[in-house]
Design a protein around this ligand. Structure first.
Ligand SMILES: Cc1cc2nc3c(=O)[nH]c(=O)nc-3n(C[C@H](O)[C@H](O)[C@H](O)COP(=O)(O)OP(=O)(O)OC[C@H]3O[C@@H](n4cnc5c(N)ncnc54)[C@H](O)[C@@H]3O)c2cc1C
Length: 391
């Protein structure tokens, strides 16, 4: 390695400073390791991502440890979750008091989370390289070699461990993930209504896909899933038609819908990398490792646990062991149970609750009734949603 190359040698290079990559960098901020984050977004350009995220109690605890939770002003609490299905009986209600926790979860816009993490990174010793698009990654015997473009100039750096947290684009051609298209898109927007129920989130399953209302400020963040063509049609409705169709689709639990914000659509599928460490000195994290349907609000929550566990494995490793096969195998096996359980839980919910076969409808109703009546079943589901399978 030349002296120029060793200047550009990092212990950990994180490709993608989204919420998961940034969380990993923050978890390493007090170590002596040389860490960098390479992010395509320009510095100081706020994220324009429109989605709202439901965060679990477990995520709150991790964000507190990272020192960012109390920096976020605009967070709403969820204390009750109401689950039902359209055109059928059976419903379940989960309450924070029954679970003996102050809140079941929280709602906040993606940019609020992203800004808090980015601001915390600015105050740390982590090197941040913004406006930098990683174009190539190669795992060699001793290091990973990363090529990126910034202001039309090509740069290269080496890392003992390259963490790919880019949401799942860079390595997709080279190492294609398994993919299941649910045939659905999620339309997201903010609505206000006549009778909002404070701190209550609603998950309503319908044959065309689930619709979720997450309490936020004066109304609800909506995640309305529908077949791709229908979702494209819904984007084109005027506000009055949208509000009336939503009322018809969701029912009368929060009264009439009054106003609607900007609408955005995301196609939904289950993407899973078969190997979280597809080449030497490289590991996939967050959405780059698994992208899930948002029905159970698991994607970021799982990605944050990925980041936290990877940080612990890194901090427990000797410098020379960073990025070795042994270290990466240890990380992957530590994450296996939680990752598989999160994917299975979300995928089963979508499959069980998004079709209109009569037999399945009866099974769904029975499942919801059992969930509502059996305290241990409620505790199991609530604990899984709050803390994951390792919780
Ligand atoms: C509609 C919807 C609703 C959702 N709701 C929830 C929810 O309620 N709860 C929940 O837990 N999860 C939810 N999710 C999932 C959640 O949004 C993701 O799991 C989370 O954003 C993943 O974070 P990430 O950092 O892994 O990836 P991303 O958020 O995709 O961030 C990737 C980052 O990498 C950067 N990047 C990409 N390519 C490059 C490159 N080549 N070079 C440099 N940088 C690059 C990007 O600019 C970006 O900043 C939802 C998802 C959708 C679509």
């Amino acid at each position: 390695m030349t002296s120029n190359q060793s200047e550009n040698l990092y212990d950990i290079a994180i490709i993608g400073g989204g919420p998961v990559g940034s969380a990993l960098a923050l978890a390493l901020k007090n170590s002596k390791l040389k860490v960098c984050v390479i992010e395509a977004r320009q510095a100081d350009l706020p994220s324009a991502d429109a989605r709202a995220l439901a965060l679990s109690c477990g995520s709150r605890l991790l964000l507190e440890r990272l020192g960012v939770w109390h920096q976020m002003q605009d967070v709403s609490a969820i204390r009750t979750i109401h689950i039902s299905q359209k055109q059928s009986f059976g419903r379940a209600v989960l309450r924070a008091t029954e679970m003996k926790v102050p809140e079941l979860g929280y709602v906040l816009p993606y940019p609020v989370l992203q800004d808090a993490l980015t601001n915390a990174l600015k105050k740390s010793t982590v090197t941040t390289i913004y406006g930098a698009n990683v174009t190539q990654l190669a795992g060699e015997s001793e290091y990973a070699v990363i090529a990126y473009q910034q202001n039309d100039v090509e740069h290269t750096l080496h890392a003992r461990l390259a963490v790919v947290s880019d949401g799942g684009k860079l390595l997709v051609q080279q190492f294609p993930p398994s993919y299941h298209d649910y045939g659905q898109s999620a339309l997201i927007t903010h609505v206000t209504c006549a009778a909002p129920r404070a701190d209550t989130a609603f998950e309503r399953f319908t044959p065309q896909g689930p619709v979720a209302l997450l309490p936020y400020k004066d109304g609800y963040e909506i995640v309305w899933t529908a077949p791709h063509e229908r979702a494209a049609e819904m984007l084109g409705w005027n506000d009055a038609q949208f509000l009336s169709e939503l009322h018809q689709h969701f029912g009368d639990r929060v009264g009439e819908f009054l106003t609607v914000g900007t609408r955005t659509c995301y196609p939904l599928g289950l993407k899973k990398a078969p190997d979280q460490s597809p080449m030497p000195h490289t590991v996939l994290l967050g959405n780059a490792a698994q992208t899930m349907h948002p029905v159970a609000g698991q994607g970021f929550n799982l990605g944050l646990r990925d980041a936290w566990d990877l940080a612990q494995v890194i901090l427990d490793s000797q410098l020379e062991a960073l990025g070795t096969e042994e270290m990466l195998t240890s990380y992957c096996s530590r994450r296996r149970l939680d990752r598989e359980a999160g994917i299975r839980f979300t995928d089963s919910l979508v499959r069980l609750f998004s079709n209109d076969l009569p037999v399945v409808g009866a099974a769904r109703a029975a499942t919801l009734t059992a969930l509502d009546c059996l305290p241990f079943a409620k505790r199991f589901v609530a604990k899984r949603m709050m803390f994951g399978a390792n919780g």
